[in-house]
Design a protein around this ligand. Sequence first.
Ligand code: 766
Ligand code: MG
Length: 214
Amino acid sequence: TQSTRPQRLLHAVQKNATRGDPRSVVKAIDNFCRQKEWAMNVGDEKGCILDSVVSEVNPVTVLELGTYCGYSTVRIASLLPPRAKIITLEFNPDYAKIARQVIAWAGLEDKIQVVEGPSGEWIPKMKEQFGVKTFDLVFLDHWKDRYLPDTKLLEDCGLLRKGTILLADNVICPGTPDYLEYVRNSPRYKSQYFKSHLEYTKAEDGLEKSVFLG
Ligand SMILES: O=C(NCCCCc1cc2cnccc2s1)c1cc(-c2ccc(F)cc2)cc(O)c1O
Ligand SMILES: [Mg+2]
């Protein structure tokens, strides 16, 4: 039977990356996506902006919405302090299966919990299921029309604290206009746009970094 793109991406990691070396996993995926097949990873240009935000925040508890093959999950986890944890939500079970294997190849499974299912159902259960108090960093990279409702859900569930950083991918392409309007105009957020490009292309895209003011 024909393989899927995530399966081919995983094989590229297993062939070209060193076990236990997260940076080599990131490099192998970027090379695969540049040379062989485009895939919707945050990519190396926006990835550098992600790295700088993670390093600045030094988060202990991270929520990622949208795992896909685990590229940004590995990128973030490789920069976390020892006891820090990431919970990453993925809707598609086939993607989740691939992501777990990419994460294992990077040797980061102890820092990362891949959870399968829709964000709207899982966010209200974060505290009881995972003992989460509040998140230090949230990386939004899932359905673009869920960024705003899920941000409001995170607020209502008391999962954000004064200073929590929201970092959103694809605010230009495919675009998240209602989310941008909200975080840029709400008195509860201080927002900043990092102009970049859609992964592996010349099209404009960018990340929006928003601080929750409480
Ligand atoms: O759709 C994108 N990402 C979301 C897919 C994940 C769906 C989920 C829903 C859900 C619900 N609950 C929990 C977990 C999850 S995961 C996406 C798309 C492009 C793109 C595609 C074509 C194109 F021409 C130009 C850009 C680029 C990107 O960087 C993306 O991230
Ligand atoms: Mg994205």
